[in-house]
Design a protein around this ligand. Structure first.
Ligand code: SF4
Length: 69
């Protein structure tokens, strides 16, 4: 399964099967990545640039940037 969350300047692709539960994303940017909420990714929670930087820190590839980023 893949889900996509996007707004101007950023597109996040989420592949839950790849997640190794490192917690890096929700410690780094809790305004956007919050596993206790549904949907757990709030794309409006931070600036596009901050989201892009956080996605790049995902160690497993569960979070990826869309092609146009
Ligand atoms: S940073 Fe990546 S691997 Fe870690 S919890 Fe978030 S999505 Fe999963």
């Amino acid at each position: 399964m893949k889900k996509t969350y996007s707004k101007e300047g950023v597109k996040v692709i989420w592949e839950p099967d790849k997640c190794i539960h490192s917690t890096i994303c929700f410690h780094g940017l809790p305004e956007v990545f919050n596993p206790s909420k549904r949907p757990w990714i709030n794309i409006e929670g931070a600036r596009a640039e901050a989201i892009r930087e956080q996605v790049k820190n995902c160690p497993s590839g569960a979070l990826m940037l869309g092609d146009d980023d």
